[in-house]
Design a protein around this ligand. Structure first.
Ligand code: BGC
Length: 481
């Protein structure tokens, strides 16, 4: 079946999507331009307090709000077939509701979408990438049930306004990160630390919001617009620390259930949380003297509503961990003690320019096979994958390209050898940008930006030139799959 030695075998499937991804807050700047409302990252970064590297902000970032033409040049230079960006919710709807629409915001995204299409680049649009309007956060944000309907209205507005041209939609980027970092650990905006409750509640509301937005599209727009809607899920791949230890294997199952299964199982399988999550959280909640489990429950109607609400699978993959149990302390409720599993890096794995990102290309292949097996063999777009350099970076990023090349070979193996239906691959990120709590100290771009210069010039890294070749060939040169 598979012969590894002819050029044909290095090819990705016909019509494979080659892209790069960005997110509004990380690149746009223009934080108060033309009537944009505040979002939680504006507030969080303006409060200072050393929660972000050198108290940096996204006020200017890559200046993409005014420099879109420069971004477009980068996209064209790479020859991308697809470009994934996110809409700044509060640029469009300053207080998060459709009560007031900021026409300048609508104009901006119309311009982005139209110019992509004029250049035969397919826009892939994320509705929400971490930047909740502050006015909605003030009402409780993802910890409030009200946000479910507010998000659905925002999604409807976007489908109605842009859906004649946008055919690939992502409702929410990485609900795991939002739930855990923003509402449990408080390291991301809005910085809430309601341990053992906050993340579960936020995730529950995000799942419902996503499902409602999917149904809104399905019922009111799909027949005319003929697009597809999904959600972007991130997960590490996980291997037992000791493959012969039952305890490590069980911990690994818990790790995958608490990270990927938390969202993938309700959406792709049966409308409900993984069994192990329900059992563990409920058991600990009881031990902590609580009447109800801290993990919210879906009603039967909600389960039916939730199941099947993704037209394809969006995977953001960065790294892998080796898992062992960690001793759970029951006095203080927390997501971490519920999961009772700990992930460590193999010291042999190289670490890219950000401490958590150990480079493990084969982890992606295994994760893709796991998704195929456990999520009903969906069509998968890898909507983020990347490697960082720390500041100051080198333009000739040979090592970084080596990581990309190895990872792309694993994607090819997943397709050719494991039969995973991978439809596309998107580099994180098109540009060096505001890397959340790491500010501008960590660089994920295919294009370098000198943030000290007012004109914020975009200069390609070596990786950009190499990626261009892959896109053009729709394959790897000389790399055996
Ligand atoms: C996020 C991006 C982020 C990237 C690298 C993903 O979790 O979607 O916004 O920049 O990882 O940390």
């Amino acid at each position: 079946m598979y012969a590894a030695d002819t050029m044909e075998n290095y090819q990705y499937p016909k019509d494979f999507a080659w892209g790069a991804s960005t997110a509004a807050y990380q690149i746009e700047g223009g934080w108060d331009a033309d009537g944009k409302g505040l979002n939680v990252w504006d507030t969080f970064t303006h409060q200072g307090g050393d929660r972000v590297f050198k108290n940096q902000t996204g006020d200017v970032a890559c200046g993409s709000y005014t420099l879109w033409e420069e971004d477009l040049k980068c996209i064209k230079q790479l020859g991308l077939t697809h470009y994934r960006f996110s809409i700044s919710w509060s640029r469009l709807l300053p207080d998060g509701t459709t009560g007031f629409i900021n026409q300048k915001g609508v104009d901006y995204y119309n311009m982005v979408i139209d110019s992509l299409l004029e250049n035969t680049v397919v826009p892939v649009v994320t509705l929400y990438h971490f930047d909740m309007p502050q006015a909605i956060e003030d009402e409780g944000g993802w910890n409030s049930e009200k946000t479910v309907d507010t998000f659905e209205n925002f999604a409807r507005f976007c489908f109605k306004t842009f859906g004649n041209r946008v055919k690939l939609w992502i409702t929410i980027n990485e609900p795991y990160v939002v739930a855990k970092h923003s509402y449990e650990d408080g390291v991301f905006a809005p910085g809430k630390t309601n341990k053992g409750f906050g993340a579960y509640q936020a995730a529950h509301n995000m799942l419902l919001a996503h499902a409602k937005a999917w149904h809104a599209y399905n019922n009111s727009y799909k027949s005319q617009q003929k697009g597809l809607v999904s959600i972007a899920l991130n997960s590490d791949w996980a291997e037992p620390f000791d493959p012969n230890s039952t305890k490590d294997k069980e911990a690994t199952e818990r790790y995958l259930a608490f990270r990927l299964g938390w969202f993938a199982k309700p959406i792709f399988v049966d409308g409900d949380y993984p069994e192990v999550m329900k059992v563990e959280v409920s058991k600990r909640s009881k031990e902590q003297g609580l009447q109800n489990s801290r993990l919210p429950e879906f009603t039967n109607e909600e389960k039916v509503m939730m199941k099947g609400t993704a037209d394809f699978f969006c995977l953001n993959y960065y790294t892998t961990r080796m898992i062992k149990p960690c001793s759970a302390t029951n006095e203080e409720p927390s997501y971490d003690s519920d999961m009772a599993a700990e992930g460590v890096k193999d010291p042999e794995w190289p670490v890219s320019g950000i401490e958590w990102l150990a480079v493990v290309p084969w982890g992606l292949r295994r994760l893709l096979a796991y998704i195929k097996d456990t999520c009903g063999d969906p069509a998968v777009y890898i909507t983020e994958n990347g490697f960082a350099q720390s500041d100051p970076p080198v333009l000739k990023d040979l090592q970084r390209w080596e990581y990309f090349e190895k990872t792309l070979a694993e994607v090819l193996k997943a397709i050719r050898l494991d039969g995973v239906n991978v439809k596309g691959y998107f580099v994180w990120s098109l540009l060096d940008n505001f890397e959340w709590t790491s500010g501008y100290n960590v660089r994920f771009g295919l294009f370098h930006i000198d943030f000290d210069r007012i004109d914020l010039p975009r200069v390609p890294y070596h990786s950009a030139a190499e990626y261009t070749k892959v896109v053009k060939m729709n394959g790897l040169s000389g790399q055996k799959a």
